[in-house]
Every structure is written in C-alpha cells, then in structure tokens.
Design a protein around this ligand. Structure first.
Ligand SMILES: Cc1ncc(COP(=O)(O)O)c(C=O)c1O
Length: 398
C-alpha cells in the first residue's frame, strides 16, 4: 500500500481542518513563481523590516555561540533576558512586571498562542476588533473557542470604541485582543481612546485582555505608545502584555517574543505549558535579545524615522491615484488602502495586480476587510515609487 493510500484513512483533527487556507501564502507563491520566470515583481507584501539586524545584537549572539551557550536554557528564557525585559517594561510603559512573570517564547506569535491557550476553554468567546492580524482568529479556532469579530472602519480610524465594545460583550466573552500599533491598519490608540475602553472593561471584570504591542517602537509623528495595562491597576491585573524583537530591532528570523503576565500563578501555568510543548527559545538568540532590549532603541528609532519618510512618500503617491483611498498609518509599516471605488474585492484586486502589472499586495479579506488591501512600505523608496506608478497606470486603463 502507498503512503498516500494510508493517509487517506487518517482523519486530521477538526481544529486543524477548520483553519483557513492562507491567501497570503498563495500570493507569495505566485510572486515567487513570476520572479523565477525572470519577471520583475515589486513586492509590497513584506511583513518584516527590510533592514538587517543591528551589528551589536549579532555580535552578542556570535559571542554566545563561541563561549558554548548551546544548551537548554530555562524553558521560560534566561534570567538575564527576563530581567532586561522587566526593566524595559518599567522604562517604556511604567509597568511593574517582575522577571518571574515574564515568559520568553519563540516569537510574539508563540507568546500570543500560549496566552490564549492558557485562558480559553472550548466555546469561550474572544473579542477581536477588525481589521485584525490574521493569525488571531485562526489561533482561536485551533483552541476550539469562538472569535467574536467587532468590525471597525475609517470612521473611527479603525479603532474599537467604548460603544462598540460595550455592544459586543456577552457573558461568554472571555478575552479581548487589542493591537496597537495595528497590523494591518497602522492605527495607534491614544491614551484617551484606551481610557474609554478601560471604563467599559471595568464594568466587565470577567474579561482578560491580551495587548499585542509588537509594533510599539514603530510609531510616527511624535505620537506616544500607551499600554492599556499602564492606565489602571485593576486592568493591569488581568492584562497580558505581549511584545517581541521582530519588528523593533529587525529580528524576525531570530524568533524571540515575550509576554508579561499579571501574576505568578498565571505565569506558572504558561511556564508549564511552554515547558511541555516547545521549551526554551534558542539559547544564543536570547543572548542577542538582551543586547537588543538594553541597547537597541537608538537603532529602532533610526529605522522608525526611515519608515516614516517612506510612509510620507507612499501615502502621497497613493492619494494621487483616483479610486484608492489610503488610511494614513500612525505606526507599523503598512498602508491599508480602501479599494471600494475600484469595484473589485481584495483577493481579485491583489490577484489582478500581481498577474497584470507584477505588483504584490496583500488582500484585506483574511484581515477582516474585503474592501481593503495592505501595502507594506518595508521596502525601498524606489520600489514604492515604481509600485505606485504601475498601480496608477493599471487603474487608469480599467
Ligand atoms: C500584530 C502582530 N502580532 C504579532 C506578530 C508576531 O511577530 P513574531 O512572532 O515575529 O514576534 C506579528 C507579525 O507579523 C504581528 O503583525
């Protein structure tokens, strides 16, 4: 009997079977195929900084390898890194999260999955403001819980309001997932906007909050990042603050993320979970991670300024294209562009742009809006100019 023959009899788990096939992967695969044919594809698909990791961070990882840091570390991360993160939480957000309540994982994605895993029972509801980062609902599906999507649009700058939140809460609501600065919209909550959410959450003490702050360092026009956990001690007592190295320090491939838990019991449960699943994040990556947290902010700021300059350029170009309406991003490195006036839905538009003018963009549909596409400006000014020119010419001919 063939291996394929055997496989046919094996049913995969219903959680995995329920996952959505990745539209983004399909677009990326098509872009690769075109490139392999020698076609010059301009990609606005990147979900990562196009910069290299700053040298002192790499040097620290190399030194760790050279001195034999090649063994298991504590499952929750080294004490050096957790202490550095604890100090960072204090310095940047005024949060007091002791090192014992910090769990370092293999990327913020992993941290979020752990946090959800530790909180959710099958059938629980997770409140997810849309547009959302596409992995949130899929993680919820894997855990056999329900995503309660709360749609937002340009009228509230893609932000959840107190009113929308209040209307969406039911006795089954267990977790609220917040993400500021946001992927895919680039929206950044102000302190006042978060305070309005705090007021509603205080009326609903059964809700835990997972605050995904991975784009914290990429914030424009002198805005300030606030963690919802910093605004009220009672809210802090039920908030998991997630952050990571990927976006701030151009370290996506290192797989380092972390979560600060509000109490020891909660952290201990997640520590057990991680110790029985993935165990520690890579030992020498963690050594680089300490240097990033302790010395990386100057470089992070420099990269942020470059992203802001690109944002200005790109938004100007997109604004000049009839039928496209960009939301002006306040942080991160994505421009979420409203395509309603083109008469096309997001997957069709992304497919057509790639096939006809070889520009790769990411459809909004898996992010919770089929009327938008996400265009990343984590690429050169030359590519941004070229992409905008091709898109503009293509739309003129339609
Ligand atoms: C909103 C958001 N959260 C979390 C992550 C996970 O980042 P990582 O797992 O690389 O730390 C990403 C990555 O794209 C993201 O956009």
């Amino acid at each position: 009997m063939t291996a394929t023959g055997d496989m046919k009899k094996i049913a995969l788990s219903s959680s995995v079977a329920a996952l959505e096939p990745s539209v983004t992967l399909a677009i990326t695969a098509k872009a690769k195929e075109l490139k392999a044919q020698g076609i010059e594809v301009v990609s606005l698909g990147a979900g990562e900084p196009d910069f290299d990791t700053p040298e002192p961070i790499k040097a620290a990882a190399r030194a760790a390898l050279d001195k034999g840091d090649t063994k298991y570390t504590p499952a929750v991360g080294t004490i050096e890194l957790r202490q550095a993160i604890s100090a960072k939480f204090k310095r940047d957000q005024g949060l007091s999260i002791p090192a014992e309540q910090i769990i370092v994982s293999s990327g913020a994605k992993h941290s979020i999955f752990n946090a959800l895993f530790a909180l959710l029972n099958p059938g629980d509801d997770v409140l997810i403001p849309a547009p959302y980062w596409l992995s949130y609902p899929e993680m919820v599906t894997l855990l056999r819980a329900n995503s309660v999507v709360i749609p937002t649009d340009e009228s509230t700058q893609f932000k959840l309001t107190a009113d929308l939140l209040r209307k969406s809460i039911t006795p089954k609501s267990k977790v609220l997932l917040l993400n500021s600065p946001s992927n895919p919209t680039g929206a950044v909550y102000t302190r006042e906007e978060l305070e309005a959410l705090v007021a509603v959450l205080k009326e609903n003490p059964q809700i835990a909050i997972i605050s995904d702050e991975i784009y914290e360092k990429l914030i424009f026009d002198g805005r300030k990042h606030y963690s919802i956990a910093s605004l009220d001690p009672e809210i802090a007592s039920r908030t998991v603050v997630v952050n990571g190295h990927s976006k701030a320090y151009a370290m996506t491939g290192w797989r380092l993320g972390y979560a600060g838990y509000p109490n020891k019991e909660w952290a201990k449960a997640v520590s057990s979970l991680q110790s029985h699943s993935t165990s520690n994040p890579t030992s020498f990556a963690q050594a680089g991670g300490v240097v990033a947290i302790e010395q990386g902010d100057e470089e992070a700021h420099r990269m942020c300024q470059i992203f802001q300059k690109r944002r200005d350029l790109f938004v100007e170009r997109i604004l000049a294209i009839p039928k496209l309406t960009p939301f002006i991003p306040q942080g991160a490195f994505y421009c979420f562009v409203n395509i309603s006036q083109t008469g096309l839905r997001s997957v069709a538009l992304a497919k057509a742009l790639l096939e006809e003018v070889h520009v790769a963009v990411v459809p909004g549909q898996p992010f919770g809006s089929d009327h938008h596409v996400r265009m990343s400006f984590a690429t050169s000014e030359k590519d941004l100019e070229e992409a905008a020119r091709r898109i503009s010419d293509w739309l003129k001919k339609r």
